[in-house]
Ligand binder design. Structure first.
Ligand SMILES: Cc1cc2nc3c(=O)[nH]c(=O)nc-3n(C[C@H](O)[C@H](O)[C@H](O)COP(=O)(O)O)c2cc1C
Length: 246
């Protein structure tokens, strides 16, 4: 197994950071690696906000569903879906006057920006891990629309895709298991999913916890943060909603 594959196989999210700070040159390496990711049309429809302020990290620890370890991070990178800069280009160059159907970015642009931003984020994660730096994605950054929009001065046609917190750590947790390949990778076409497939897929999770599905649903889909995320995402999405797309 080569070093890159070995690193991929060893991935684990880190939620306990020590006090060691990430050196500026390593931050630059991580950011440059992030920006080398593939990007649709080479448009780089995203921005990255570098967060090192302890005060902002403390605020995020609260606003991102009360996850205190965020405030111990040395660095957080906010990956933002960003159609605003290209929109400004088109506006400045008079594109709306030339093409009468130009009404600003639409859902395609937003989804492409989300894909670009997540690819950049994963490149950053891999670069950080290769430098011995621990990382954790924070999906809860998609909550509290008004608060995060103001905290980071986000203009129209932008939205947080994800936050990645980074720092050094003392102990590495055990690898967290994944579903077996047979439940995830299909040959040539999507198979028929019958009851047996689902029973087999969730066997490991249900064997000691028969009410796993109910508990999981309550903890995730029925939780406050999930409902709040839905509210916020709808408000973000509306920026791209030209004809009631959402
Ligand atoms: C999009 C996304 C959002 C996530 N959000 C959070 C989060 O808010 N808090 C957290 O502690 N972990 C978060 N994670 C990390 C996952 O919980 C973690 O990847 C998963 O449990 C598997 O563990 P592993 O990364 O250690 O293998 C997120 C991961 C992804 C990909």
């Amino acid at each position: 197994m080569n070093e890159v594959i070995q690193q991929l196989m060893d991935h684990v999210s880190i939620r306990k950071f020590n006090d060691k700070k990430i050196a500026p040159e390593d931050i630059n390496t991580i950011l440059n690696a992030a920006m080398r990711g593939a990007t649709a049309g080479n448009m780089m429809s995203y921005s990255i906000i570098k967060i090192q302020s302890e005060e902002t990290l403390r605020k995020l620890a609260k606003s991102c569903d009360d996850q205190p370890f965020i405030s111990d991070a040395s660095l957080a990178l906010l990956f933002v879906v960003d159609n605003y800069k290209w929109h400004c280009l088109f506006e400045q160059r008079g594109i709306p006057d030339i093409f009468s159907n130009y009404n600003g970015p639409i859902i395609n642009d937003m989804i492409i920006g989300m894909q670009d931003a997540m690819i950049a984020a994963q490149n950053a994660v891999l670069a950080a891990e290769s430098l011995g730096i621990g990382t954790c994605y924070i999906g809860d950054i998609m909550e509290h629309y008004e608060y995060h929009k103001e905290l980071f001065c986000l203009p129209q046609y932008t939205m947080p895709a994800t936050l990645v917190v980074m720092g050094y750590y003392d102990g590495k947790p055990k690898l967290r298991p994944r579903f077996d390949t047979s439940f995830v990778v299909f040959d040539e076409e999507y198979p028929k999913i019958d009851d047996n497939f689902i029973n087999d897929m969730f066997y490991e999770k249900e064997k000691d916890t028969p009410d796993f599905a109910e508990k999981f649903y309550k903890r995730k889909m029925n939780a406050y943060f999930f409902i709040e995320m839905r509210r916020s995402l709808y408000l973000y999405f509306k920026q791209w909603d030209k004809k009631g797309d959402f």
